[in-house]
Design a protein around this ligand. Structure first.
Ligand SMILES: [Zn+2]
Length: 426
């Protein structure tokens, strides 16, 4: 008679665990209090077992692990890695990102992309969605990011589609005809984009466009959503004007970016009916408050960080981003966290501060945390891979000294970060 022994359950006789160091693949997180954004609970001290970059099981603390790299969290918290649904990796978030971008070679921009994705990861942001990058850079950007293990996972939108001369048209996404829409979506799908960004209104960075105007042919907008869908791609719409938000809801987009609710008078007029329509359609709104805070402060200090003569009420437009979050909350629409990192002094490590602003606007800490984890994963279609500390999901995790369900600011200073089980910072 033979006896089968499950070695994964017992200490191996020939090797002992050792404390994990930076760069190691971690095998067990000891004495970790597991935070679940979905249920709003944190566990008693537990051991989180990892295998091949994934979470394999969570057991009560106290087992003596076998061989492998062990990290003792000593009762600190383990939280799902955060996701930033709106960044622009091709810009540096420095003094003058547009000028720097224009004077840089493609190789320099790609190096900046990788550096930005690294900064995000060190701040506990394990996934980002790039919401607009020059079309020619999409494929090389993916290739460079694919070579690095210490960067956030990037979901790509590629170059935004816009009207001729529309917002960010210099990225290469102008469309005049249905044929243009088909061609651009097919090309960007082939280059690795899984989302299509649509510039449904003007924007602060592009002279000649107006944020308070719906600036996309409604037939082409609908066409873009349908064609993207035929490739299995989702659509994200930059929409400051209420009219552009309404058109995007009608067209069936998946996310509204900024959602500034600007009326024809160029002023923000919250529209609960419009937000309820978005909620009923299952649309997610990405508020991007922190970028607005930082850019409006610079404008008030007299720095010309935006230069669009048609964006006449720019400071009021930016300041309404924060107050609009309360409107989003009351409407019941899904809020997904995004920073809009890339513009002047809007760096890639600010998502925790974005969440702090949501709490200031009235969200509970749990709701704010969900916006960067479970809600974001659901929006991205990645809920079977990331967003919770559960067996079968990637070990994309953050360690914090306090419970973020009680104190959201603890996410601003993570004790450590794991990406696919690899210890990035500790
Ligand atoms: Zn943006």
């Amino acid at each position: 008679m033979t006896t089968t022994v499950d070695v994964t359950d017992r200490p191996l006789p020939f090797s002992a665990p050792r404390a994990a160091r930076r760069g190691d693949e971690v095998t067990v997180l000891l004495n970790a209090r597991v935070v679940d954004p979905g249920t709003g609970t944190s566990s008693s001290p537990s051991d989180v077992w990892l295998q091949a970059g994934q979470i394999s099981r969570v057991t009560p603390a106290g087992r003596v692990p076998g061989a492998g790299n062990v990290l003792d969290l000593k009762g600190n918290f383990v939280v799902p890695g955060m996701m930033d649904a709106h960044v622009h990796l091709a810009f540096d978030g420095g003094d003058d990102p547009k000028a720097t971008h224009q004077s840089s070679s493609d190789e320099e921009i790609i190096a900046q992309v990788v550096s930005n994705a690294r900064i995000a990861l060190r701040a506990g942001i394990t996934t980002v969605r790039d919401c607009g990058t020059p079309k020619r850079l999409l494929a090389p950007m993916r290739a460079a990011l694919g070579m690095a293990s210490d960067v956030a996972t990037v979901v790509h939108c590629g170059a935004p589609l816009c009207r001729v001369g529309g917002h960010a048209h210099d990225m290469g996404g102008e469309v005049r005809t249905r044929h243009d829409v088909h061609t651009l979506i097919a090309e960007q799908h082939a280059a690795g984009a899984t989302w299509i960004k649509l510039m449904a209104s003007g924007g602060g960075f592009t002279p000649g466009t107006s944020p308070s105007v719906f600036e996309f042919d409604p037939v082409l907008l609908r066409e873009a959503v349908v064609i993207a869908g035929s490739y299995g791609m989702k659509t994200a719409a930059h929409a400051h004007a209420s009219s552009s938000m309404a058109a995007c809801i009608d067209a069936g987009v998946h996310t509204l970016e900024h959602a500034s609710m600007l009326g024809p008078d160029e002023r923000c007029s919250p529209d609960p009916g419009l937000l309820r329509r978005a909620a009923d359609a299952g649309i997610h709104i990405v508020p991007t408050v922190i970028a607005a805070d930082i850019v409006s402060r610079q404008l008030q200090e007299g720095r010309q960080v935006l230069a669009n003569p048609l964006d006449r009420n720019v400071v009021a437009r930016l300041e309404s981003r924060f107050t609009n979050v309360t409107e989003f909350l009351h409407s019941g629409v899904s809020i997904v966290a995004g920073t809009d990192a890339g513009p002047a002094h809007v760096t890639f490590d600010l998502l925790a501060r974005e969440l702090e602003r949501y709490v200031a606007a009235g969200l509970t800490a749990q709701h704010a945390l969900k916006s960067a984890t479970t809600e974001a994963a659901s929006m991205l279609g990645l809920e079977s891979q990331v967003g919770r500390v559960r067996p079968g999901l990637w070990a994309d995790l953050i360690f914090t000294s306090a419970d973020p369900l009680q104190d959201i600011t603890t996410l601003q200073t993570p004790l450590g970060v794991l990406k696919r089980g690899l210890l990035i910072a500790h």
